[in-house]
Design a protein around this ligand. Sequence first.
Ligand code: FMN
Length: 252
Amino acid sequence: MKVTAFVGSARKKHSYQSVENLLQKLSAMGDIHYEIVHLSDYPIGICTGCKQCLDKGEERCRLKDSRDELLEKIEQSDGVIFASPNYAFHVSGRMKLFIDRLAYIFHRPCFFGKTFTSIVAQGIFGGNKIVSYFNFIGKALGFKVVKGICINSLEPMTEKVIKKNEEKIVRLSKRYYAQLMKKQLPRPSLFDMFVFRMSRTSMKIKLNDDFKDFRYYREKGWFQTDYYYPVSLSPMKKLAGNLFDYLATKVS
Ligand SMILES: Cc1cc2nc3c(=O)[nH]c(=O)nc-3n(C[C@H](O)[C@H](O)[C@H](O)COP(=O)(O)O)c2cc1C
């Protein structure tokens, strides 16, 4: 198995070291090799907002940067970790540039079956909201999400803080490893069903073959399926799915 971590700090300090610690624990648990991608080593362009990637296709993007190289690293991995410092109560600018470059995938999720988690390093406050943000985007990109952690790094670090950070990383390594080994794809929650059925039904009504999203959904067969991937749904979720289709039809 391969796990790739993407680190959004220019320094090789707390985000980087926590990721390295987590990856070492994972590789001690099983046959896992890993790569740490220090985003500072890669040119990442600033999105100009032309929306070509969303409407026509990501191949139309005019930026010449490392997007495709970084994407290939995700595609070749079984698991992915995003790590960022807390800068002004959000991810670092470099991490955000990277996420913006992946934004079309929120429209056309593709990382089903791959395991995702996150680590946020912070001085004092605000990191848990960033972890929630990472949990959300991981899911929206299609990953199986293992809830991330926030590490405290205010210096000088006390023994107590170092111990607490270590315990968080140990617990995360166990959760992450268990998910990585799981073959079965997660069952969708009602909210997941809502997102899938509302978007696919409104897309089916409003868009056409001129739009990349429409072609992507059509090629995947998603205009007919219950969910992004085959999954057995309870009668209640089947009913809810039909209701969401109906709602999307009315709204559209
Ligand atoms: C520009 C800047 C903004 C920061 N903003 C916050 C913040 O809003 N909240 C916080 O708790 N820590 C903040 N910090 C502290 C960093 O999150 C902390 O030093 C973290 O360890 C940096 O990650 P790194 O060690 O991986 O570089 C900030 C640091 C910098 C340089």
